[in-house]
Design a protein around this ligand. Sequence first.
Ligand SMILES: *Cc1c(COP(=O)(O)O)cnc(C)c1O
Length: 485
Amino acid sequence: MSAYDKLVFELSSPGRIGFSLPESDVPGRPLADVLPKKFLRGAAPALPEVSEFDVVRHYSRLSRMNYGVDTHFYPLGSCTMKYNPKINEDMARVPGFARLHPLTRPEDAQGALQLMHELAQMLAEIAGMDAVSLQPAAGAQGEFAGVLMIRAYHASRSEKRTKVLIPDSAHGTNPASTAIAGYEVVEVKSLPNGEVDLEALAREVGPDVAAFMITVPNTLGMFEPRIMEITEICHAKGVQVYMDGANLNAILGITRPGDLGFDVCHFNLHKTFTTPHGGGGPGAGPVGIKAHLEPFLPTPVVVKNGDAYALDDKRPKSIGKLQAFWGNFGMLVRAYTYIRTMGADGLRSVSDNAVLNANYIMKRLEADYDVSVPGPCMHECVLSARRQKKQGVTATDIAKRLLDLGFYAPSTYFPLIVEEALMIEPTETESKETLDAFCDAMIQIAREAQENPAIATAAPVTTPVRRLDQTRAAREPNLTWSPKR
Ligand SMILES: *Cc1c(COP(=O)(O)O)cnc(C)c1O
């Protein structure tokens, strides 16, 4: 074990110190004279005794154990780990934005309000919606806000609807946020190719159904070909239609949820609109709605009166406030910068390239892996490791082996309707060289599975930790890793 593998506590040397201050020239007083006894420690805290240099090296080393889009390819399906342009960061750090106090009077925060107003309008135009709330701090909270607005809408018409229909291919947040909003979740079975079963849907929609919630493109990476019929079937029965638009990468500038008949749609700025994500950091999941839902928007709403911007919180039918202050404002600045730097044509090319890249990967891998649904995919493709499983190598093993070969793992075992699923989203920001290197690694793993399955089942061998007990690692994380532990 080298010094570099140690915990900062293990680097500790008695008496070593990271600072030096001149002796105080005022008389000292014992702490017990200043603080009530109950606030005083019985013993000194067990802090590591290290130099400033020890600390710098320690944290620099830890930072290099990190894995992210800025260092490696990250083909995580349904998560859009694309490049986050650095100009976004510059803009988010402009002192007028970064240092603006959240309690600043609206009269003195006109620039920030203008940015929020314009961003909401741009997102509304991109999605074909009539209004957008920027408040939700995540996709899941966007869903929650959207479902609450649907609930308030039905209540305003004195309709008692208790169920929300969700396909079995849905992202886990869909049933979760719907249930938290007070609805019974009813699962609708998909057809074998992942599309909505229209007959099953028509059987389920009725006067007790509040909404149908669906992801487009669906979680198999396919565009729902009969989407217009789906929204019509729902509307004919007074059912609101919700589009999970967490990943709009495939359709920017090509089609719009509003034009497809959706009443509500949320966006993940931390996916499609290049604000960084991962590790539970701040996100933003704005939610767009059609005009009939406007009275129910979360408050406050940024409004424009003449040339001035203001915060409107006198909205009696609002579902209320979702966030402290106005949401994760820094994320809004980043997304605004991205949309303005890309322009309309740039956003359209995002989708063209995202779809091209995913199809390139699917084509290159289709001889070695089973493809969940044949035919062109949208911005992501779902493969199955069915064949490899028969050889003793599961989707998990493939994911772990990829780590050794220098790639982040795709999403695995999602969507749930595909056996041994490997969901790959390359994004539009990767070059052909990177896609080829990834495909080469995947093909190598398929060959190894035939010849020597033990290579994948023993992986990873090059990472700081090997296979963890995944449940325990999530529930009882041991954050004081060291080889001897
Ligand atoms: C990421 C994602 C969500 C949830 O977004 P969070 O910001 O993680 O809450 C919902 N639906 C789909 C399809 C997603 O990919």
